[in-house]
Every structure is written in C-alpha cells, then in structure tokens.
Design a protein around this ligand. Structure first.
Ligand code: FAD
Length: 621
C-alpha cells in the first residue's frame, strides 16, 4: 500500500545517527518519518554503554551545541563521569561518561516521542524508490510505500550483517537483532563502492559472581562533570564506581593456544576491524611481549548486575571466552551473561559522498553513521545531525551547510571521510584536527550555537542560555581587563604570596590570569565580584591563558584563506617539495592544480599540505 501522508524527510534506522538525523530534520520544521526495525531499540548502545572520551566528547559537545540529543541524554543517564587528560592542555581534555543503557535509551526515546514534526514507524526498510537517479521514497519489507523529498540511511552494522562466535556464524544486525539483507542487496545494485568491515564486543559478566575486593576501584570525578551545555549535576542519576582488572600470562596462553579457532586468524572474517579498539586476541598477538592488558570493569546500569569488561572484546569460541575470563584475578568464578562476538557488515566508500553527506550517484539520498565506515556512537550521531540537517535543507530547496575543518571536529570527520575514505573503522582523535586549540570541547557552543540558531536547529531556551553565557564571558573579560592591582595593596600581596615573586608594576587582572601559576580563583576576587558560573569562569581563564596560541592558529587559517588564489606554477616539481607525503606528491603531480584552492580540494590534500606548498612557493621566489 501507499502510505497516505507524504513526508519531507525519511530517516531509516533509529540508532545514534538516525535519531540525531530525525531530530535535526524535525527541529527544522520538516515533516520527518523515522523508520526503524524496532521502537524498543531506539538509541540502543550496541556495545559499551559509554559516551565521550578523547576526540569523541568533542563531537558530543558539537552535537549538543547544534541542539542535538546525545549530550543531554548522557546527563540523564550517566552513572560515572570523568574528565580525561585533566592535567593536559584544554585542547585534548575530554569528558567521558559511563551510561546506564536503559536510562540512555529511555532519554532518547522520550526526546523522539516529544519532538514536534516527527513520526516514528516500526518496520524494516527493504527497498528504495529511485527514479531518474533521484530517491523518491522507501518501501518496507511488508510492502508499505512511503514517499518523501529526501531519505537518510543510518542502518549501522545491519547491512548484510554476519555474527561470528568462534567458527560459528549466524546472520544478524547485532546480537538479538535481524540483519538488513533485502536493503543490502538493493544498495549493492546501485553504483556505490561497497566493502566489508568488522567490529567486536566482549562477553558480559554477572556482578554477583565477581570478587570486587581484589580489583582496583575507580570512582568518578568530584565535582561531577556534565556533558551538555544545558546539563546540570542534579540531572544525573546515582553515581557508581568502575573497577580495573588485568589479563595475565595464563590468559594470554589460553588465547594463543586457541587462535586457530578464532574466525579472524583462521581467515573466516575478511572485514578489517577497528585498529584502536582491537580484540583481546589481536592485542595478545600484536603485542606478544606484553605480559598483561588492563580491563575496565564497567557497570551496564543501576538496575542490573550486568558488567561490561572493557578491553576483552573477542570472537573466540565461548569455551575459550569463559576460560580467559576465569583466568583473571577477581573473575575466577565469573558467570558470563552474554558471549562476546564479532560482526561483519557492509559499508559504503564515503568518497562517494559530498560534504553534505548526500551520495554522489543518487540525488536526495544521504548516508550517515557506521554505514560510512566509522565506528562509535559519537561519530555516528555527529554525521546523523549533519545529514538530517542537509536532507531537511534540500527538502526546503536550500543550499547545503557543513562546518569547515577549522570550525568543528564534525568538519574534520566529514572532510576526512569524503576525501580520504577509510580502510578500517574510522574513529575520531584530537590528533586528526589541525587546529586543536581552536576546536576545544569547552568552546563548541561558542563555535557553533549561533550557526545552529540560524540553521533552525537551536531552540529558544538553548539560545537564551547560550546568549546569556556569551555575554557573561564578555562582561567578565572586560571587568578583568579594567581591574588593576596596584603595588603595595592587599591584592598585590596576595599575588606575591601565591607566586613567590614581587610584582614589578601594576597589572590588570586579565594580564595576571595569563601567568601559568595563577588561576581564575586566585585573581578574580581581588577587585570586585567573580562570576558564579563555573563554565563562564573556565572560558575566561582558557581564553586568557591560550590567547597567544589561539591567535597564532587563527592567523594561520586566515593566511591560508588569503592565499587560496595563489597560482601554482605549471612546472612545479612536487617531488622536490619537502614535507609532503609520497601519496600527496603523487596526487598533486597527477592533478596539476592551478591554484592553492584547487590543490586543497583534491582528495587527501590536507590543510597542512597546503601550508607546506605555500612555504615552498615563498622559498622559490
Ligand atoms: P546503529 O547504532 O547500529 O543503528 C542502526 C539502526 O538502524 C538500528 O536501530 C537498526 O535496527 C536500524 N536498521 C537497520 N537496518 C534497518 C532497516 N532496513 N530498516 C529499518 N531500520 C533498520 N563502537 C565503538 O566506538 N567501539 C567499539 O568497540 C564498538 N564495538 C561494537 C561492537 C559491536 C558488536 C557492534 C554491533 C557495534 C560496535 N560499535 C563500537 C559500534 C557502535 O555501536 C556504532 O558505531 C554505532 O552504534 C553506530 O551508530 P549507527 O546509528 O550508525 O548504527
């Protein structure tokens, strides 16, 4: 049958990409349909119930700054929060939260069900309606036809999914869920480049069978950090500790002795797995000289005894999984509640996408999430938001929007994917961004919320809160700049006591804040009232301390923009340009771009490479 209502945007898949895509499109006023296998699994965390971490929390905060759901859902469901790299600079600082998976799902479902313009429908999509290379709608596996202007595909690990436990295989999208085979076949018939990737998950444990007394306890941070810019500590449920265990030589012996029963080492799995989240058999094989690997024993929620042993993802047979687990101190009597497994699935070469995440071959069709070769909820959510936004803009006849690499990790993520492609599951790291000091997790709102408001993604309450914060930062900076500490005063004595050095002259509070040994708390109260809002104080402090570096990065970006029209000589010998990779030299020599702007648009030519070209040109003159 043909469904009577027509939609602007259809999103297929209610995982992390699909939920952000559907919410973004609906927030922009488009009639949106979220078509998903099972309403009970909306927002389900297929693997570790944790959000954030290095590079990843930057994406969560960007999603949040653009009005998305992930940050707030984490604040409503987080049962342990920590700031990673707390002692390092603000560019690499990251927030990580262990979530209660049931509460997380409930939070996401609540937001979806309460979102105006959004309709949810439970059914598998089996086919796409495509006419003249343009998508027109979706047909479910039971034959219901839905029509729309644009379609966003967010099917995660489900396309042609095959689950491996030892040498046993079964078809599935993840444990307990069916695969998407009809849709996978349909997509393989379209002109996309398709390949296989794999990922894995550890066995889960029953906490009642674990001896916590011999494990190291790891409590969350106090005061507890929040994930969303609108988050408050009183939103968090009860907080709990994680624990740390270790594999040992016996565990490694068991794994080595059974490698021939591993689907990865016996050649049964062909898909490439995540390099930075390897299975325990991978770790033991690759780092054979290491006698022990750390395992974080993490609770899956407040109302369950299930534990997630982070660090022993595996697809070894169940009897080997049990023997490995029981070889570990504290887990000698552990009961496994669910076996670990690996899953192989289809992904599409993201080089066949535009920056908007629209496919190059089928108009009005967008891809987001694991289907594009990424791994992780945060990477999926960020792409989902962008694809939902652009699907909505296309439906409204508007131009596409995306952030540049110097504006957001989301810009880095999409640019990396569509220019470089990926051969292994792609995850975000701070090292992937050239302008790390500008793209901090603490300033994602200052970077993106105004754009989000103009795009129609940011609602009134977020906008009011953001505007008040931005004004408070400016006011406080101005106050510190105008407040002077005179020599011989009590304020000067306080500074001298703190630094152990006499003040040479009078200083403004803002100048004093630039000193490494002084923090906001040391100077702000010396004349006048400090601000009560921690986020405002943090921002004022970071901006003051890193202003020099931030200005330098901004200059570099401005310089690159100014030089975009610079011509590249036709006889330029790229082999002689020092600092370029072999791959980039080859691409430039083949393409022979006429200007730096053209060079920068060649797939794989990074802003750093453009900078090197610019220096080379200056030397030639
Ligand atoms: P998913 O979260 O997979 O959501 C896809 C959604 O689409 C599901 O709701 C599904 O029901 C629906 N769907 C699929 N096909 C159809 C259809 N035809 N019609 C209707 N609905 C459909 N990430 C890490 O960062 N680290 C890890 O170690 C890690 N390990 C993992 C281990 C396993 C076994 C799995 C399965 C995933 C793992 N992940 C890991 C990945 C993480 O779960 C994904 O990156 C993330 O969930 C991707 O989000 P997504 O929205 O793209 O897809």
């Amino acid at each position: 049958m043909e469904y009577p209502d027509r939609f602007d945007v259809i999103v297929i898949g209610g995982g992390h990409a699909g939920t952000e895509a559907a919410l973004a499109s609906a927030r922009m006023g488009c009639q949106t349909l979220l078509l998903t296998h099972n309403i009970e699994t909306l927002g389900q965390m297929s693997c570790n119930p944790a959000i954030g971490g290095i590079g990843k929390s930057h994406l969560v905060k960007e999603i949040d700054a653009l009005g998305g759901a992930m940050g707030l859902a984490t604040d409503l469901a987080g049962i342990q929060f920590r700031v990673l790299n707390a002692r390092k600079g603000p560019a690499v600082r990251a927030t990580r939260a262990q979530a209660d998976r049931v509460r997380y799902k409930a939070a996401i479902r609540g937001m979806l069900e309460n979102q105006p313009n959004l309709t949810i429908f439970q059914q598998a999509a089996g086919d796409l309606l495509v006419e003249n290379d343009t998508v027109r709608g979706v047909v479910t596996e039971t034959g219901i036809r839905f029509r729309a202007e644009t379609v966003v595909l967010c099917t995660g690990t489900f396309l042609g999914g095959v689950i491996h436990i030892g040498l046993d295989q079964s078809r599935g999208g993840r444990a307990g869920d069916p695969p998407s085979n009809a849709l996978a076949q349909r997509l393989r018939a379209l002109p996309f480049r398709v390949d296989r990737l794999k990922t894995g998950t550890p066995p889960r444990l029953d906490a009642k069978s674990v001896n916590f007394a011999v494990l190291e306890e790891q409590p969350g941070d106090s005061p507890t950090p929040v994930m969303s810019y609108l988050g408050r500590r009183d939103m968090h449920p009860r907080q709990v500790s994680c624990h740390i265990a270790h594999t040992n030589e016996r565990s490694h012996e068991i794994i080595f002795a059974n490698l021939d029963r591993s689907p990865m080492y016996s050649g049964v799995i062909e898909g490439v797995g995540p390099r930075y989240c390897p299975s325990i058999e991978d770790k033991v094989h690759r780092f054979a000289d290491k006698a022990s690997h750390q395992i974080f024993i993490e609770p899956e929620g407040l109302d369950t005894h299930e534990l997630y042993p982070n660090g022993i993802s595996t697809s070894l047979p169940f009897d080997v999984q049990l023997a490995v687990v029981r070889s570990i101190k504290g887990l000698e009597n552990a009961h496994i509640t669910r076996p670990g497994y690996a899953i192989e699935y289809d992904f599409f070469d993201p080089r066949d996408l535009r920056h908007s995440l629209e496919t190059k071959f089928i108009h009005n069709l967008f891809f987001a999430g694991q289907i594009n070769g990424t791994t992780g909820y945060e990477e999926a959510g960020a792409q989902g938001l962008l694809a939902g936004l652009n699907a909505a803009r296309r439906a409204k006849g508007l131009e596409a929007w995306w952030p540049r690499r110097d504006e957001a990790y989301l810009g880095v993520l999409v640019d990396d994917l569509i220019t470089l492609g990926t051969r292994e599951p792609y995850r975000m790291f701070t090292s992937r961004a050239e302008y790390r000091l500008l793209l901090r997790e603490d300033n994602a709102d200052l970077r993106l919320t105004e754009a989000g408001r103009e795009l129609g993604l940011v609602d009134e309450s977020r906008w009011v809160a953001f505007s008040a914060k931005r004004e408070a930062i400016e006011r406080e900076r101005a106050r510190l700049k105008a407040s002077w500490v005179q020599l011989g005063t009590a304020a000067a004595a306080a500074i001298e006591a703190k630094t152990g050095k006499p003040l040479a002259r009078e200083y403004s509070l803002l100048d004093l804040l630039k000193r490494p040994e002084l923090g906001y708390g040391d100077v702000a109260h010396l004349t006048g009232e400090p601000v009560g809002d921690e986020a405002v104080a943090e921002q004022v402090q970071i901006q003051a301390k890193y202003q020099g570096y931030i200005d330098r990065q901004q200059d570099e970006i401005d310089k690159l923009k100014r030089h975009e029209a610079t011509p590249l000589p036709a006889d330029l010998d790229y082999a002689q340009v020092e600092g370029l990779s072999h791959e980039i030299r080859q691409k430039l020599a083949e393409a022979r771009p006429e200007t730096l702007a053209q060079a920068s648009r060649i797939s794989g030519v990074t802003p750093a490479a453009v900078s090197i070209l610019l220096i080379h040109l200056k030397k030639r003159r």
